[in-house]
Ligand binder design. Sequence first.
Ligand code: HPA
Length: 289
Amino acid sequence: MSLDPHVAADFVKSKAEGFAPRVGIILGSGLGGLADKIEAVASIDFKDIPDFPQSTVEGHAGRLILGRLGGMPVVCMQGRIHLYEGVDPQDLAVPVRVLKLLGIDILLVTNAAGSFHEDMGPGSLMLLNDHINLTGRNPLVGENDDRFGPRFFSMEDAYDPILREHLKAVAKELDIKLHEGVYLHYLGPNFETPAEIRAFKTLGADAVGMSTTPEVLVARHMGLRVAAISNITNLAAGMNKETLSHEQTLECAKLAAEDLENLVIIFLGTLKRELLKAHMKEENDGDTQ
Ligand code: HPA
């Protein structure tokens, strides 16, 4: 039987009555620390939410936290479900739809990733400007649910240009180097072979990971504005002598965790003002055309 995001959302709403999050945040491997910075209104284990898919991966606590971060009302997924866990791809639509039903209009996604560039090593941050979904899977395959979005939709500018500019400006202000590039989603659960990495470089990707594209597809289907940041935990397979492992991912995720936390908190704190400015600029540009 398929999971119903309305059932899950109604349950969450009952635990945080009157609280309306504007931004949804999905935290990747080893990035759970940001969740501790939230002034929480409610914190709910995924396992207690009816019709919510469950994560099985270490480093993913599996908790939904509602509260304020940088003054912004947010709902944060500490942990996520991955395609490699063998779940029905359609189940991956549920968490993002729940966030939308709770009221968000912006989704901020984080992940851990391996880099294809020597000068973007462990401890770097990469802002996604596009992605390549190489998994052959998509949570939107199957009958379209018209309540959430249209059958066909564009993925141009999926990573919102205004949010990207704002994140870059905040990073500059904080003196944090923010790389920018294309994220390639590899199904996993194994890390890639060196030959695959060489092939992926020729495809135009800059980093590789095992998440994010399902959530971004579901978010864009509903018209949410999306931003995403990779926490680079390693150079990709074949680029150094270290053997890749999940332990190494979790350990190296700590390197840039503080930068990422600061970036996100200041981003959220200044978001309202920037969005308002951008909207006004768009309107003014429209008037003069
Ligand atoms: N490949 C895939 N996923 C990852 C990697 C990687 O090198 N590093 C962190 N997550």
